[in-house]
Design a protein around this ligand. Structure first.
Ligand code: AMP
Ligand code: MG
Length: 533
């Protein structure tokens, strides 16, 4: 462990190995001659720590006392630059909602450099909300507490859920106010400003490659490709057409695995634009994301997406493939032929179906996914869950406790059969026409489970290892935000703690394993989320 922040060491491969924008004045512009621009964070009035992640701190060699020091808050608000840090904002483009948007870039994120961890890894530290950069366009480069709490908690929660993600080291209040028109209705309001320090091996996005391909800047494209290969895919060999084709193949694989994981835990990203797709297959850019309470394949949390629902829960696989196609187009100049890219896409499209089927089978505790019959069981479950408001998380946890013999007893009443999952229903005991549909499905399930002759406790153990008991429900984060905005950060800390062991029973936190309360049904931040952040 380090005894002083000055002992943090940096090895800034990105700025050392890639060309910088020659312009160093911080004004908004199209950056045509580099992969990034040097830029300093803008100082804030009064940094104060809201929360830090002990696990992330430990990975960096920082102990509790260091993280609680006022210097830590100052550094991770951007007020002090440590020796070895070389702050920069990165140039990228992207397809937003299906349309090419041109240059986007780090408009409010400023990278501090790559910290070298005690075990020799390099982790890029990035302040989100640290002030304007050349890529800020019309915006202010800042972030509000509301969205920063959401990013901080959710990225750590995802990590503990076993879903690849960028991490968060710290959440710091700036002491400044930031004005946001949260509902885009012409009623802007001042909100507390905050900065999250995000951490990842790198923050490369599909859009980093797209921008240079779109501009025909093949030399920059090649340099960026070589950088990615060297640092993130070293096992694929020296830069060249084959290695780039294999890199694409691996990005496809990681992306597919990521979306399968999102689907498993009920996470909807909300803005799967290509600038929000990580080359490493990490969940990146926590904006108007949401967690499925009521199982609904058509749900999108993002108000901006309400009309076309491009980024709805059930469509994330298709969108991921579409985004991968954009990446393939961007990498084409490096590969020189379309065939290997097309083949990879096709292969992973098939892989998607297979992996999704296996994932759903694992959520049901089926030892192996065995073809059409299981597919039908899964499809019919989705239909059944959508007949009435059903809490996804509670349903799968409840299902683990189902006694198949009991369900299949001749005299079992509908009520008996439904009992293990009854907590998941927003209306008591699955009243109405969906009751019989659910009963019939549970009987089929019980028969299927009986066939595999796995001890019940073992099935429950396997199911509880892939079906979290706790997820960061939208209303939970919102309650933490409400308290935090009033100066009480205890709930942020509590939720961070709950989400450390999301698959464990944790009876002391039982109240966080319950259905969305009624007040949250229509409350902004709980049902629908604005992009304004
Ligand atoms: P997002 O939708 O958050 O992924 O952001 C899309 C683009 O807008 C990125 O280039 C961001 O850096 C930029 N952006 C979003 N919010 C701000 C802000 N408050 N200030 C500057 N740039 C922003
Ligand atoms: Mg983004």
């Amino acid at each position: 462990m380090l005894s002083d922040l000055d002992q943090l060491t940096f090895d800034n491969t990105f700025v050392r190995e890639l060309p910088a924008d020659p312009e160093t004045r911080n004004h908004r512009r199209q950056v045509m001659d580099g992969c990034y621009s040097f830029v300093q964070p803008t100082s804030v009035a009064a940094p104060s720590l809201v929360a830090y992640s002990p696990e992330m701190a430990e990975e960096l060699g920082l102990d509790e006392a260091l993280c609680r020091s006022s210097r830590f808050a100052s550094v991770f608000a951007g007020n002090e630059i440590l020796a070895g840090m070389e702050p920069y904002a990165v140039c990228y483009g992207g397809h937003q909602f299906g349309h090419w948007a041109g240059q986007l870039g780090d408009g409010r994120a400023i990278n501090l450099g790559h910290a070298v961890t005690p075990d020799g890894r390099r982790l890029e530290l990035q302040l989100k909300g640290a002030g304007p950069t050349p890529y800020s366009r019309q915006a202010d480069g800042r972030a509000v507490l509301r969205s920063s709490v959401r990013e901080f908690l959710c990225s750590e929660a995802m990590h503990h859920l076993g879903v690849p993600t960028t991490r968060a080291l710290s959440l710091v209040l700036t002491g400044d106010q930031v004005v946001r028109d949260m509902f885009y209705d012409g009623r802007p309001k001042a909100e507390p400003g905050a900065v999250v320090c995000r951490v990842a091996p790198n923050f490369l996005r599909f859009g980093n490659f797209e921008i240079f391909a779109a501009r025909g800047q093949h030399e920059l494209l090649q340099k960026l490709g070589a950088y990615a290969l060297k640092h993130s895919f070293p096992h694929l060999g020296e830069p060249g057409p084959d290695a780039y084709a294999r890199m694409f193949d691996e990005v496809c694989k990681r992306t597919v695995d990521l979306i399968v994981d999102w689907t498993r835990v009920g996470f909807v990203h909300g803005v799967m634009n290509t600038d929000n797709m990580s080359l490493l297959g990490l969940t990146i850019d926590y904006g108007p994301y949401g967690w499925i309470d009521d199982f609904d394949l058509n749900w999108t949390p993002n108000t901006t997406d309400a009309e076309f629902r491009r980024y709805r829960y059930g469509q994330q696989p298709q969108v991921a493939l579409w985004n991968l196609l954009q990446l393939a187009n961007a990498l084409y100049p490096l590969v020189g032929e379309a065939d290997p890219l097309e083949q990879a896409l096709e292969r992973h499209q098939r892989g998607f179906q297979q992996k999704m089927a296996e994932m759903w089978a694992s959520k049901l505790g089926l030892g192996a996914h065995s073809g059409e019959e299981d597919d039908a069981l899964i499809q019919d479950l989705h239909q059944t869950l959508m007949l009435t408001e059903t809490d996804m998380t509670l349903f799968f946890r409840g299902l683990a406790g189902l006694d198949e013999e009991r369900v299949l007893e001749a005299g079992a009443s509908q009520q008996d059969i439904l009992k293990p999952v009854s907590e998941a229903y927003y209306q008591p005991h699955a009243a109405g026409t969906h009751g019989p549909a659910l009963r019939d499905w549970l009987r089929r399930y019980a028969q299927r489970v009986r066939q595999q002759e796995l001890p019940r406790a073992e099935r429950a153990r396997r199911m509880n290892a892939v079906n979290p008991k706790y997820v960061l429900r939208n209303y939970m984060a919102q309650q933490a935000i409400d308290a935090s905005e009033q100066g009480n950060h205890a709930l942020v800390h509590e939720l961070l703690d709950v989400m450390r062991r999301p698959y464990d029973e944790q009876p002391e936190y039982q109240r966080w394993a319950s259905r969305r309360p009624d007040w949250a049904r229509t409350r902004a931040g709980c049902s629908m989320l604005s992009c304004s952040s």
